[in-house]
Design a protein around this ligand. Structure first.
Ligand SMILES: [Zn+2]
Ligand SMILES: [Zn+2]
Length: 54
């Protein structure tokens, strides 16, 4: 079975090695960040409220 993977919000790539968390600002949107972006602390942006952070 292969996992579908998720799209990283920072780099836009499909990833299987990611962390998923709710937006700290609005709590509505799910933020997906791949291992790479987490490591280099790439910024993410929320689709719902446009919050962006490291
Ligand atoms: Zn990424
Ligand atoms: Zn948000």
């Amino acid at each position: 079975m292969t996992l579908p993977g998720k799209k990283c919000v920072s780099c836009g790539r499909l990833t299987h090695d990611y962390t998923e968390f709710e937006c700290p600002a609005c709590g509505k949107n799910r933020i997906i960040r791949c291992y790479h972006c987490r490591k280099i602390t790439n910024v993410f942006a929320c689709d719902e409220c446009n919050f962006s952070g490291p």
